[in-house]
Write a protein of this length. Structure first.
Length: 319
């Protein structure tokens, strides 16, 4: 009797991915390893300890001092150091006295160079300063105390304007330049220009597409002096937009910085002079707002000099 054939067990084949999953035991979540960074020790930080002064010769010590001053960007020349040493030794100054002799001189030299640079950048016509102004000629019309007060720059700190009105020759340009020079000494950035030159520059920038850059240039100064407003007829006739371009500069500075205007045109004649009543009103509003107004009713310096030059010379006595 035949034994029944044993049935072979058949196992279902698993999908490779399922097999790998079943054979691979679950792994714990990976935790990023943290590495500790050691703080640099004193030995790792490059330092340069200055040598004791006693170990250096006087010549070597002098070189080290000059090198240290240069590294600190202290503008002291070898000649200034030698002069300060000689002065301190001759007077027996203390250590603080020697430092003041050295650094005070260097600071004063640097300040003088900065003042000279600001005056040069202001582009004054070099007519003179307040120190050499003839105060006696128009003493009744020009209040020296008021001008000296304006030269302190308080009104510039308050972003106020200045309008100096008067006929030609009474000294408006001299006074404006004198005030501007004083402000340069006080650290203010000043720019002097005439109304005609300003209009010429603005119209040229309008033609070449650089007007925004030009407006930005004229707004960077603490004080902008626009002189000879009223003597710019030719420049304004060359471009019908000249008055509006001038207004753009004044408006851009309004409330942010100060503008000083020298003119021989009375306020009620601005509309006729500019030929545009709304423009004149807008310009007056920006200029006169929070402005110091000076109306100089004096004699003309130029006319006086002309009369003196034409005066007959006294006849020489007969010999």
């Amino acid at each position: 009797m035949k034994h029944p054939r044993k049935m072979k067990k058949t196992s279902q084949r698993k999908h490779p991915r399922q097999a790998s999953r079943s054979q691979t035991a679950p792994q714990p979540p990976l935790v990023p390893k943290t590495t500790s960074v050691q703080a640099p020790t004193a030995a790792c930080v490059p330092t340069k300890t200055p040598k004791p002064a006693k170990t250096l010769t006087p010549a070597r010590l002098r070189e080290e001092i000059l090198s240290a001053l240069s590294a600190l960007r202290v503008p002291v020349s070898p000649e200034q150091l030698d002069a300060a040493l000689q002065t301190a030794e001759s007077r027996g100054d203390s250590h603080l006295g020697f430092l003041w002799e050295l650094l005070g001189t260097a600071a004063a030299d640097q300040q003088e160079r900065a003042i000279a640079r600001r005056i040069r950048e202001a582009r004054f016509p070099n007519q003179g300063s307040l120190e050499d102004f003839d105060w006696s000629f128009n003493a009744a019309a020009i209040d020296r105390t008021q001008i000296e007060q304006l030269a302190t720059g308080d009104w510039v700190d308050r972003f106020e304007n200045l309008v100096m009105l008067g006929q030609s020759g009474v000294g408006k340009s001299r006074l404006l330049e004198g005030i501007g020079r004083r402000l340069c000494v006080l650290g203010k950035r000043v720019r002097y220009t005439t109304s005609g030159d300003l209009i010429t520059r603005l119209t040229a920038s309008l033609a070449d597409g650089t007007l925004p850059r030009q407006i930005s240039y004229w707004t960077r100064f603490d004080l902008l002096i626009v002189d000879e407003f009223g003597l710019d007829y030719v420049e304004r006739q060359l471009d019908p937009q000249a008055g509006h371009l001038l207004f753009k500069v004044i408006a851009a500075r309004n409330g942010k910085s100060s503008t000083a205007l020298g003119t021989n045109i009375e306020f009620d004649a601005w509309s006729e002079y500019l030929g545009d009543a709304p423009l004149a009103m807008a310009l007056l509003d920006r200029v006169v707002d929070r402005a110091v107004l000076l109306n100089i009713l004096g004699k003309s310096y130029r006319a006086s000099r002309a009369k003196r030059s034409k005066a007959p010379r006294p006849s020489e006595p007969n010999t």
